[in-house]
Design a protein around this ligand. Structure first.
Ligand SMILES: Cc1ncc(COP(=O)(O)O)c(C=O)c1O
Length: 393
């Protein structure tokens, strides 16, 4: 059956996720994959799930299986409000909203705010999943320059001066794909700039709990509360399959975002929200987080050390204190895709960095390496193979 005429105009900008296509090759067991972007299954608190499930059923009874408010399950909103207060965001449970992963709020925000041709300002490179959420609403992207300390504030100011921007999207801490974090000083500058230009920022923060060194940094939300939708998730510190995300939005947007979600899924799974509520209320997160960090910290260190030892001159690694990724920049003229194919032949995979740029001419000399899914020895072997591919090129 011919079907193209059935598709809405907005599908023109929907693309198969390039990383998914790449991951197809990577499922070959002979290939070490640094291309993934998912938590290690060893980070899931498997041993407490029976107990948690029992708690959910005994505490919340049939309520855990019932329809619930679109805003979110109140016992979870109470717990998330406490978690956000620990991050410096003072908020009442009523102002916390739950979504199906942080992806859910990225989509809701896009659906609510983007009309065709609206300009969205974002870091170059940026998180691909955000582009997947925004693309169907046909925005134009204004990429902004970063360095090893994250977004350059002058680039933001210049963008806001030159363009009418609908919203800014940033991942300020342990960014996906670069692992970089904005310094405190830059956070303060960015907070001032968005207030000066009366701009709205979506601050996406899935990774800040995964800190392996250095001091914690305040969310920009704490510095410009009325100008920021702060979004976060339990995907990296509990279980991504449960799809529990949450956000704190300025009051004027909250009801609208809830209305949008109502039309999508009515609410996020009540049972999963109840599991998350018990996970937080029972202090299981406080016990689990150090275990997760104990898995990832030596992996990050092993990858950094191996890159330091094996990468030839001309290659640099962005400093990173946490998260799930390291970002490598090669010499000008390097073709990341060619290197990717050579690396696959050598038995190692990564994500060529060009996929994370909205401007297709950028990022060809970069690559994203994930370290959550491989142990230290495997990471060392992977980097040896990568270095061999580089020297063969
Ligand atoms: C920057 C960023 N935002 C959002 C998400 C989506 O997470 P969730 O599982 O909460 O939808 C991810 C997942 O990798 C991410 O890296």
């Amino acid at each position: 059956m011919e079907f193209e005429h059935l598709l809405a105009d907005r599908t023109k900008l929907m693309q198969a996720n390039a990383i998914r296509e790449i991951l197809k090759v990577v499922s070959d067991p002979g290939i070490i994959s640094l291309a993934g972007g998912i938590p290690s299954p060893d980070s899931f608190p498997m041993e407490i799930f029976e107990e948690l499930t029992h708690k959910v059923l005994s505490t919340h009874k049939s309520q855990a299986l019932q329809y619930d408010l679109t805003e979110g399950f109140m016992p979870l909103r109470e717990q998330v409000a406490l978690l956000l207060r620990d991050r410096g965001i003072s908020i009442t449970p009523e102002a916390v909203n739950i979504t199906s992963g942080s992806q859910g709020i990225l989509d809701a925000a896009a659906k609510l705010m983007i009309s065709k041709g609206d300009k969205i300002a974002l870091e170059a490179p940026t998180y691909l999943g955000a582009l997947s959420a925004f693309n169907p609403y046909e925005p134009d992207y204004i990429p902004m320059e970063m360095d090893d300390q994250g977004l350059i504030p002058d680039a933001l100011e210049e963008t806001l001066k030159t363009h009418k921007i609908k919203f800014i999207y940033l991942v300020p801490t342990f960014q996906n794909p670069t692992g970089r974090s904005l310094t405190l000083e830059r956070r303060q500058q960015i907070a001032q700039i968005i207030q000066k230009y009366n701009a709205l920022l979506i601050e996406d923060d899935p990774y800040s709990a995964l800190r392996y060194s250095g001091e914690s940094l305040p969310p920009i939300k704490t510095l410009a509360p009325d100008h920021v939708i702060y979004i976060s998730t339990l995907s990296k510190v509990f279980a991504p399959g449960l799809r529990i995300g949450f956000y704190a939005a300025p009051k004027f947007l909250r009801e609208w975002l809830v209305l949008v979600k109502q039309g999508v899924d009515l609410h996020t799974s009540t049972f999963n929200q109840a599991l998350a509520a018990e996970y937080l209320a029972g202090n299981y997160l406080s016990a689990q987080l150090p275990k997760i960090i104990d898995i990832y910290r030596p992996r990050q260190q092993a990858l950094m050390d191996a890159l330091d030892r094996h990468l030839p001159p001309g290659f640099t690694v962005s400093p990173s204190d946490g998260g799930m990724f390291l970002w490598v920049t090669g010499p000008k003229g390097l073709k990341g895709l060619d290197l990717y194919h050579r690396a696959i032949e050598n038995g190692v995979a990564f994500v060529p960095g060009q996929f994370f740029y909205t401007d297709p001419s950028q990022g060809h000399e970069t690559m994203r390496l994930n370290y959550t899914m491989a142990d230290e020895t495997t990471l060392e072997t992977a980097v040896e193979k990568l270095a061999a591919a580089i020297s063969q090129l």
